[in-house]
Design a protein around this ligand. Structure first.
Ligand SMILES: [Zn+2]
Length: 503
């Protein structure tokens, strides 16, 4: 097959195949399967596809996309990988590369899990606007298809379609062909929790290819975690009641509601000896309650250290107290040159923090508290009134500049904020800056304004390229849909179509 497209960041293989169809102008689904896979029976799968060696060979000229990379960067596989046994991980990788109709979903526990993939398409309009801006087309991102978590890690609640990819077993749908609607009950109180989970899930998706920890290591990790946070009973047991008290507030997904009448509810079993794999959301929910600030890769590193014979080694090397003192000195030195947060993001610093956290938590937390409180009063007081004036002026200048440019993503409040200096800390401080807030409210681009601008951009580019101006062509290129188009934009569209017919 010629002109096979190169995947965009986080683009699902499913989406890539759909784009390949359009590029080669293949309208028959079976013919597309034949051309891409050399097999007319391949089933179009959104999350965990197989037959990936065929895709890899179509991309061989790029020299970049071996099967493993396709799996880790363009499927939902990484959301399962760290939580299943190493042997299962290897078997699933093989299954996804090969032509066999292997049951990857079964292997990875996606079928039996209480956290399910719905199969329905989801999308984020803001991500789509960014895709359009960067690449001139839209595609299905894997960030929108986290099982049981309809939340974009960047922009929040996702739009959902009533169509499932299961509906057509052999057809690959383009993003433009599926209608996604804004969900009705979007007043979820757990927005912050959902946002945290989606962010962490993104971290899991981005983990590099690596061996999975064993069930035994996971069991140990959770046992130690309970003891570290005073939820232990005796030397080995854990107090499930105290754990529940901590975790229950952090359950944001209905599927994960804990049934306290059941001795085998998931929260109890994850803190017992692991007999089966747990889903990513179960792990993330527990982490959010105990170790919200630890990065996912720090956690996985920590888990992999469990159950190794390091206790014996330390005894031979040095007395425990001496080792701990050495680490104290290292941490003190590090914090004298940089902040705690920064120190933890350094490769040696993160490991040191994790070590101290495991072996001498009380000292670490006390030291960090003291260190933080010493540096806090030194901060200068901010004059918010003055900052409000300066930033408002800056914003007005930016708006002036933007007014002269037709292209670009939607100029939402968030987008305008991002154009300002130190934008990342500003959104939380908006209540202190009334002028800036009202300017943002006044000048942000409304839905209809953005639709009208997209339509104008489309007409300009199509005119330059001498392309057709039929109603559907314009709607499609401007990403307008019958459901969402605003009445005033519809009138504009009708007028353009009529005018271009006359000419
Ligand atoms: Zn998004």
């Amino acid at each position: 097959m010629h002109h096979f497209p190169v995947p965009y960041p986080d683009e699902l293989i499913y989406s890539l195949v759909a784009r390949a169809g359009i590029r080669s102008a293949i309208t028959s689904p079976k013919q597309l399967l034949e051309q891409v896979f050399g097999d007319r029976k391949v089933i179009a799968t959104l999350d965990l596809p197989s037959h990936l060696s065929a895709i890899s060979s179509l991309l061989v000229n790029t020299g970049k996309f071996d099967v493993q990379r396709l799996i880790y960067e363009h499927t939902m596989f990484p959301i399962y990988a760290p939580f299943v046994d190493e042997s299962t991980r290897i078997r699933a990788l093989k299954g996804m590369g090969s032509r066999s109709k292997s049951s990857v979903h079964l292997m990875l526990g996606a079928v039996a899990s209480i956290v399910k993939t719905s199969g329905n398409f989801r999308s984020c309009f803001l991500c789509v606007a960014e895709q359009q801006q960067k690449y001139g087309e839209s595609y299905w991102s894997r960030l929108w298809h986290l099982p049981s978590l309809p939340h974009c890690p960047i922009h929040g609640l996702l739009n959902q379609s009533s169509t499932s990819y299961h509906d057509n077993r052999h057809t690959y749908h383009l993003y433009d062909q599926i209608r996604c609607n804004i969900p009705r009950n979007n007043d979820n109180n757990d927005k912050e929790l959902l946002h945290y989970l989606a962010k962490k899930a993104q971290e899991v998706l981005l983990l590099p290819c690596q061996k999975s920890p064993t069930k035994h290591q996971w069991s140990k990790f959770y046992n130690h975690l309970a003891h570290d946070f005073s939820c232990g009973k005796g030397t080995k047991q854990v107090s499930h009641e105290m754990i529940a008290e901590r975790v229950i507030k952090k359950v944001a997904i209905p599927e994960l509601a804990v049934d306290f009448n059941m001795d085998t509810n998931w929260l109890r079993t994850i803190f017992r000896h692991h007999r089966k794999a747990f889903s990513y959301l179960q792990h993330l929910t527990v982490w959010s309650a105990f170790i919200p600030d630890m990065t996912v890769s720090e956690i996985i590193k920590e888990v992999k250290k469990k159950g190794k014979a390091n206790v014996v080694v330390t005894k031979i090397l040095k007395p425990e107290s001496e080792r701990i003192e050495e680490k104290h000195i290292k941490w003190r030195n590090l914090i004298s040159t940089t902040s705690i947060k920064k120190a933890r993001s350094l490769s040696g610093g993160g490991a040191l923090y994790a070590w101290l956290y495991r072996n001498d938590k009380e000292w670490l937390l006390a030291f960090n508290r003291q260190n933080y409180s010493q540096s806090a009063p030194r901060k200068k007081k901010v004059n918010w009134d003055a900052r409000d004036r300066v930033l408002t002026k800056q914003l007005l200048r930016i708006i002036d500049q933007l007014d002269t440019v037709i292209t670009g993503p939607r100029r939402s409040k968030n987008y305008l904020l991002k154009q300002l200096k130190h934008s990342s800390t500003l959104s939380k401080k908006l209540p202190l800056m009334p002028k800036l807030t009202s300017t943002l409210n006044r000048y942000q681009e409304s839905t209809f304004e953005f639709q009208a601008r997209r339509l104008t951009m489309t007409v300009m580019t199509r005119t330059q390229a001498a392309l057709g101006m039929s109603r559907w062509q314009l709607m499609r290129s401007a990403s307008l849909s019958e459901e969402r188009i605003q009445p005033i934009v519809e009138k504009l569209l009708d007028w353009i179509v009529m005018e271009s017919n006359i000419n």
